[in-house]
Write a protein that binds this ligand. Structure first.
Ligand code: ATP
Ligand code: ATP
Ligand code: MG
Ligand code: MG
Lengths: 259, 259
């Protein structure tokens, strides 16, 4: 089972879109795929037709169990989505209180990693969506994954915050047994502006080894797809943006794995 | 002195852009204007040429003072920006630790309100930028302001999260002596998509009394303006997006105040 996270402290850069799109493509290629929503705002949960305010279970229950000294049952919280082979561990708005309740308590950084360990027989891939804030939830995602995708909007302000994000990753990586590879994914690339090509140049100059070789273009289909409640590739298979995510997935899977 | 906040738990909807643009327009019209950056990510601070990782002072020092039972000296933390009449109380990345440290402690929700009370002779307007997370920082902003602007991207997913934001506002409002008027500002309106006009219709139907009568259009000049480190109105005075914010400001000031 492979676990990837999509993280960036900057808001609105395409973290959720990246998880929804890659998740949809993985499921279409026959891989059993689980999406985990760690954002208290629950964008991914709402996108896939579930209510982040609703009932018990989901990710929050795992933290409640951990606070009582137990490992929660992740499988019990998994729900179906509208797409075959694609499942969801939904967020709850109550996740917003976690930092206040457990922020300084030992061992709360491994709740998600431990819960996912119980699912290795059931899923081939897990993609984790993060909130736009450095806190307990992002730390859990970074501790649970083997690779982190960092969507970065191709504009000037985004580059300033990225340095901090990359330093945060380096800090968290030091505490792990094995290094955590990070791939910067330039998103919302808009060739009509000066900002996009220029900030992409700066990005490649600053992080030559860690920036994806291509970009995800601005594509209005992504906004339309959220209406259908389906992953972008199911709603608009031929869209330019979806095609770019196919290329990204091919690069991430590497030459050995079949498409 | 009038205090407005720009808040929404959803990321990337134009909270910072709204504060930078309205702040620039207020300063140009001769009003002494202070921008307060409560986002640990420090987008506004970085935009206006200051480093959110740098030294002491700024907003964080106010919380440290409060933790020691004192009211901090906000004036000491105020820095200049590149625009005349526009000042900044910068963010620090250390703000990300506040919820963990002080989240459950009494009285930490009024730190900003108390600090701003000491600045009424110096400024005519204060605009507060919020992080995309419901926590101590947003609570402080809502307790300190007399009006809250809620930028909402005109797309489907944004509407789902908005209901929660509006319920949060209603909850916080109950604890205040006087009601907190909220104005929903439709942003990133893109007439080329189906999503924008349709979600705007839904927005107006759901919140007829609280949605601004017009919209802020998608305008690539906003991204370009961040490169110049100047408020959008100083970098691109004739831009469509800036013109829309002029209209918003005129409506917010009301017929009595001069433009
Ligand atoms: N390549 C793209 N082209 C056009 N629109 C996009 C693209 N990627 C994402 N979007 C749109 O931009 C908005 C922000 O994307 P998304 O919600 O995925 O960002 P996020 O980083 O997850 O935000 P948050 O910080 O709130 O979690 C959404 O409306 C989405 O539909
Ligand atoms: N009307 C607009 N047209 C085009 N681009 C815009 C518009 N408003 C904002 N943007 C761009 O969208 C991005 C997100 O805007 P901004 O950073 O202001 O959002 P935010 O809500 O403050 O994000 P965060 O949740 O990270 O604080 C920025 O790159 C900004 O330049
Ligand atoms: Mg998201
Ligand atoms: Mg912002």
């Amino acid at each position: 089972m492979r676990v990837w996270a999509s993280a960036n402290q900057k808001g609105g850069v395409g973290k959720t879109t990246t998880v929804a799109c890659l998740g949809g493509l993985l499921a279409e290629s026959g891989r059993r795929t689980l999406l985990v929503d760690l954002d208290p705002h629950g964008s991914l949960t709402g996108y896939l037709g579930h209510d982040p305010e609703g009932g018990e279970g989901g990710v929050y229950a795992l933290f409640q169990a951990a606070a009582e000294g137990r490992v929660g049952d992740a499988a019990a919280g998994v729900v179906a989505t509208g797409a075959d082979g694609l499942w969801l561990l939904p967020a709850r708005t109550a996740l917003a209180t976690l930092d206040r309740q457990f922020g300084t308590r030992e061992g709360m950084g491994l709740v998600i990693a431990r819960a996912l360990a119980g699912l290795t027989a059931r899923f081939d891939f897990v993609l984790i969506d993060c909130p736009p804030m450095l806190g307990l939830l992002m730390v859990n995602a970074l501790a649970a994954c083997e690779r982190v995708l960092v969507p970065v909007q191709t504009e000037y302000l985004a580059l300033q915050g990225l340095d901090r994000m990359m330093r945060t990753l380096a800090m968290v990586t030091r505490a792990r047994p094995q290094p955590l590879p990070a791939l910067i994914v330039p998103t919302l690339f808009d060739r009509r502006t000066r900002a996009s090509p220029e900030s992409l140049r700066r990005l490649r100059a600053r992080y030559p080894q860690q920036t994806w070789r291509s970009v995800i273009p601005v594509d209005t289909r992504f906004r339309e797809a959220t209406r259908a409640g389906l992953p972008p590739s199911a709603a608009y298979p031929q869209a330019r943006g979806v095609q770019a995510y196919r290329e990204l997935l091919a690069d991430l899977l590497g030459p050995g794995e079949t498409r």
